[in-house]
Design a protein around this ligand. Sequence first.
Ligand code: 6GU
Length: 240
Amino acid sequence: MRVDVVSIFPEYLAALDLSLVGKARTAGLLDLRVHDLRAWTDDRHRTVDDTPFGGGAGMVMRPDVWGRALDDVLDDGAHLVVPSPAGEVFTQRTAERLAGEEHLVVACGRYEGIDARVAEHYAGRVRVTELSLGDYVLNGGEVAALVVVEAVARLLPGVVGNPASLVEESHGAAGLLEYPVYTKPAEWAGHAVPDVLLSGHHARIERWRRDRALERTAERRPDLVAALDPAALDRHDVAL
Ligand code: 6GU
């Protein structure tokens, strides 16, 4: 997969050299290119923003600068992702959908955002998705770009060493949070690992994990329980 990220803080994306995403790049599974938006400015001050029409606080990113950048970086098959607190909420389903794309371009806005004509203009040429991380305010799209690239890259074939680890995780197909996990030592600071996990009884362990996942999800994320497909519940599942 090819991913281009355009930002006025390209150094922000340096974290993508590390860990799993870094390995995916080295292995040639992810062709990630980070661009400085100011490369497409044409004045001495390398201006990317201006005051909002209609007044109000803050600055808005200029469409002409973004237009030159995106005309260079976007090709016809690309999918343009614009991080914005006004976007649709980014979920595991969004990550799965984006992981099927050949080419993503992430346009990171700052200040009060990018002139609205940019998303409108490119929607006539390519798919455009405005994405929000959640209901809180960040200073710009760079953190969202990190989140989107990491969530998408780990779904690409060959990136996660053991694909089985993608199956049971929180926000997976089951629609539940993941069950609690434990490792050695079996007793630590007066806390014991639940006996069933040491029993070697595979069916009981599976049942226990499912119960804990249901319990946790009901407690912490009643919205996820409400969205469960009743057909996905088994007859041993407790009433939630
Ligand atoms: Cl994607 N951008 C900004 N600036 N703030 C956010 C966000 C994105 N998602 C949540 N808050």
